[in-house]
Design a binder for this molecule. Structure first.
Ligand code: SF4
Ligand code: SF4
Length: 445
């Protein structure tokens, strides 16, 4: 019988091992392959082809595979159309921090007289435009929780408007004034507050000082502590590059000592410091995805207790390890203009957080009147691995999803272009790490 390999097999070496893995996101199958079976796969000479056929690693016909792909794609689109929309609201671009890696530093934070009025218009637009969709608002900046009475009134009004529509809220803040905002935030349906902490003491202060140059570390820690004590969930973000990655164990230790880990009100995420729109002063400290994950891999092997603080995804690895099965095939990893939109106090509409406020990226207005650049919106909306020419032939596509449209557009000038994710290499590390972690734990005990 004539057989061929599935186009969607991802086959790669496991880090620090003679074995390999094979993952097929279309059929939801994943296996470790010992050296004999790896060699079989490489050579394409199978002693028991039925085994491979059963899992979909081998297929009988391309047409049959194309049919399965189409079915899964329609299901994906259907589910995406039903899923919750994240709507970003930027009440100001002004910020009291002068972070070393800020991509917004060139955005003119011109103050506005009528933000309250624009904010009202934003909420009516959300009510009509997203009627019937499940949704929540993420308040973003600049810094939305700036000190001062006027800003507190603005955020209080925002919470009142959100409460009227029973909308839950998330905040993205530098954390400096978080503590003084807690009584205000407690009036809303706040699902989480994202705060960035880049290190302990001086490391954080050097990267995230006040614009005027002062230290921010202690006040940020107090803010996080107060939020958690008040049962507000904190999503702690650490933005990593080669200069501060060594701080991770100390940040994890702090989170443990403070009782944040295990409080039920604490989540974490690791961000990668990278070039978004403008060149950073010192791009030599930046990681690419593979090198950042390689360092994380080594650090966790050395100290598995870091996983109590954060479990990096390593593409599909963590999901597979935790859930015992693969997630659905990922035809699109960029939610912009599908399940994500952004709006700012100047009355403009954008695709997402990466483009909001950037001149030339406007997709329309909601104030003083509603207008939309339909052609552009359609292009953003259509972007997935079926519409990006480079992705069509790529075997990684259903784990990668085409990456970030904004990064791709900055590199190529086109929305329908790829932002490749090294998912094969990431899974080589992640699967090796997670599936040996119990052994590592025993070894270190
Ligand atoms: S363009 Fe990039 S930042 Fe924006 S939603 Fe897509 S993936 Fe996210
Ligand atoms: S963005 Fe690159 S790696 Fe991802 S599916 Fe497209 S071609 Fe493949």
């Amino acid at each position: 019988m004539e057989t061929m390999k599935s186009k969607y097999n991802i086959f790669y070496n496991l880090e620090d091992s003679d074995e390999s893995y094979i993952v097929n996101p279309l059929y939801g199958e994943a296996d470790f392959l010992d050296s004999r079976r790896s060699a079989e796969y490489r050579k394409g000479k199978f002693t028991n082809p039925d085994e491979w056929l059963e899992k979909g690693y081998l297929i009988k016909s391309k047409e049959e595979e194309d049919r399965s792909y189409r079915d899964k794609y329609f299901k994906f689109i259907e589910e995406r159309d039903e899923s919750e929309v994240q709507i970003f609201w930027v009440p100001n671009y002004a910020c009291n921090f002068g972070c070393s890696y800020c991509y917004q530093e060139k955005y003119a934070p011109s103050p506005s007289e009528n933000t309250l009025e624009v904010q009202k218009a934003f909420f009516s637009y959300v009510k009509s435009e997203f009627a019937g969709r499940s949704k929540y608002i993420t308040v973003f900046g600049g810094e939305p929780l700036l000190p001062g009475t006027a800003q507190k009134e603005l955020i209080s009004a925002l919470i009142d408007e959100a409460n009227l529509q029973s909308l839950s809220l998330a905040f993205v803040t530098n954390g400096y004034s978080l503590q003084e905002y807690i009584p205000i935030l407690k009036k809303g349906l706040v699902r989480e507050i994202q705060v960035t902490l880049d290190g302990i003491g001086a490391t954080h202060d050097e990267r995230r000082p006040l614009k005027s140059g002062g230290s921010t570390y202690s006040q940020v820690i107090e803010g996080i502590d107060a939020a958690i004590k008040n049962k507000l969930t904190v999503n702690l973000r650490v933005v990593l590059d080669k200069e501060n990655i060594k701080e991770l164990p100390a940040i994890a230790e702090l989170a443990r000592e403070k009782g944040w880990i295990g409080s039920g009100y604490f989540k974490t995420q690791l961000g990668r410091n990278y070039e978004l729109h403008s060149c950073q002063k010192n791009s030599g400290i930046l990681y690419d995805r593979v090198s950042m994950y390689r360092d994380l891999y080594s650090m966790i092997r050395e100290d598995p207790s870091l996983l109590d603080f954060h479990k990096p995804a390593f593409s599909l690895s963590r999901f597979l390890w935790e859930e015992g099965e693969l997630p659905e095939a990922l035809f699109d990893s960029c939610p912009a203009c599908k399940t994500e939109w952004a709006f700012d106090y100047t009355g403009n509409i954008y695709s997402c957080t990466a483009t909001v406020g950037k001149s030339g990226e406007e997709l329309g207005t909601f104030f003083p009147e509603v207008s939309k650049k339909e052609d552009l919106i359609d292009e953003w909306e259509s972007r997935d691995v079926t519409s990006i020419p480079e992705c069509k032939g790529c075997s990684l596509q259903l784990a990668c999803g085409g990456g970030c449209a904004s990064v791709a557009k900055n590199q190529t000038g086109k929305i329908l272009s790829p932002d490749c994710r090294p998912v094969d290499k990431l899974m080589g590390m992640g699967l090796s790490l997670y599936y040996s972690i119990d052994k590592i734990k025993k070894y270190t005990e």
